[in-house]
Design a protein around this ligand. Structure first.
Ligand code: NAG
Ligand code: NAG
Ligand code: NAG
Ligand code: NAG
Ligand code: NAG
Ligand code: NAG
Ligand code: NAG
Ligand code: NAG
Length: 273
């Protein structure tokens, strides 16, 4: 319908405006509902836009890759977020590579984002009947196909300027207000947030805009470098690894990872499966 399309475009155009307020957005950046050529190391990439707003929300990201062709083939996975320095990034990329996508098949990514926020009323009233933390989560899924005739995986092209439906993203309206969790309240997020939670805004759920995320060459190179370092550290290292002994190679890999971690907001160097 014309009208809804127009309002979708309006929402898309207002992206930068929305960005200016306290909206944390978590997107599945790759894969999308598309077809890709088989590849040895298939990336799964999530982006946290306005990453600093995630700091007090104790976000958790779990997902699985489920095969349409053989439902026994399910690869559960997750991203390690607890040690992320959220304030270091505008957009934080969490990514992993998977080795099971070197032949044709149809797949589904099912991902669940969980987050916690302050229950302001409970915390202010001082009643300890409940823990004062609101737990929330949401689950999305995207299908993709591995096909010999499909284009190669290209993270830069995939995120260049296409339109992309909101189903790839979750937007959370975070206020400036934070609260201290009282002593004695057990909240798993406490030790990663200095016992501080954030208050969420009462507002209609904002419209996500995953198209705002663009992966550039620098980011791709750092992701590939961390993958390479990881592979060189594995039992079957590729031929182009540094010549040094195993310990030296490990040392280098670790240094490399930290180097790239600190220069670009790309992490998720675990080579899974
Ligand atoms: C899935 O696993 C079950 C039990 O291990 C087996 O009987 C079945 O044949 C498997 N299905 C496929 C498609 O491999
Ligand atoms: C976060 O950054 C600070 C300063 O850059 C650093 O001292 C600290 O170790 C970092 N924390 C983690 C968990 O990496
Ligand atoms: C959980 O988040 C959704 C989407 O942001 C929101 O609609 C819902 O009200 C939240 N639930 C709670 C208990 O806060
Ligand atoms: C993927 O896209 C096709 C059309 O291109 C659509 O029919 C299908 O519903 C989409 N699936 C998902 C899970 O988004
Ligand atoms: C997307 O980018 C390509 C090349 O950069 C350009 O030719 C095309 O017009 C752009 N499309 C839109 C919808 O902006
Ligand atoms: C943790 O919070 C306390 C106040 O409750 C503050 O004094 C301290 O500096 C905070 N620590 C960090 C690392 O932010
Ligand atoms: C976020 O919440 C604030 C406070 O309720 C509200 O003023 C603002 O419009 C909301 N932003 C969006 C994009 O919904
Ligand atoms: C590439 O993207 C990263 C992360 O979004 C950003 O920090 C960096 O400035 C970009 N580099 C270039 C050359 O655009």
């Amino acid at each position: 319908m014309k009208l809804s399309q127009a309002s979708w475009w309006l929402a898309a155009c207002m992206g930068t405006l929305i960005n200016a307020s306290g909206i944390l957005e978590v997107d599945l950046v790759f894969p999308r509902n598309e077809s890709y050529a088989p590849i040895d190391s298939f990336p799964v990439v999530f982006a946290f836009q306005n990453a600093e707003l995630a700091r007090y929300l104790n976000p958790r990201l779990t997902y699985d890759l489920w095969s349409w062709d053989n439902s026994n083939n399910t690869f559960p996975s997750w991203e390690e977020l607890r040690w992320v320095n959220w304030t270091d990034y505008d957009t934080y990329f969490a990514h992993s590579y998977f080795s099971k996508f070197n032949k044709e098949g149809r797949w589904r990514v099912r991902w669940t984002l969980s987050w916690d926020s302050c229950d302001q009323d409970i915390l202010e009233s001082g009643h300890s009947l409940r823990d004062g933390i609101i737990h929330n989560s949401t689950t999305w899924s995207t299908d993709f196909t591995i096909k010999n005739s499909a284009p190669k995986v290209d993270l830069i092209a995939a995120t260049s300027n296409k339109t992309c439906p909101g189903e790839y993203g979750v937007a959370i309206n975070v206020t400036d207000k934070t609260m201290k969790i009282p002593f004695g309240v057990s909240w798993s997020g406490g030790k990663y947030t200095n016992d501080t939670c954030a208050v969420l805004a009462f507002s209609p759920t904002p419209t996500p805009n995953p198209c705002r995320v663009h992966i550039n060459k620098t980011t791709v190179e750092s992701m590939e470098a961390s993958l390479h370092a990881r592979l060189c550290n594995s039992l079957n290292p590729p031929d182009d690894c540094p010549e040094e002994g195993k310990n030296a190679a490990q040392q280098l890999a670790v240094t490399g990872i930290f180097l790239f971690l600190s220069t670009v907001g790309a992490i998720g160097f675990l080579f899974k499966l």
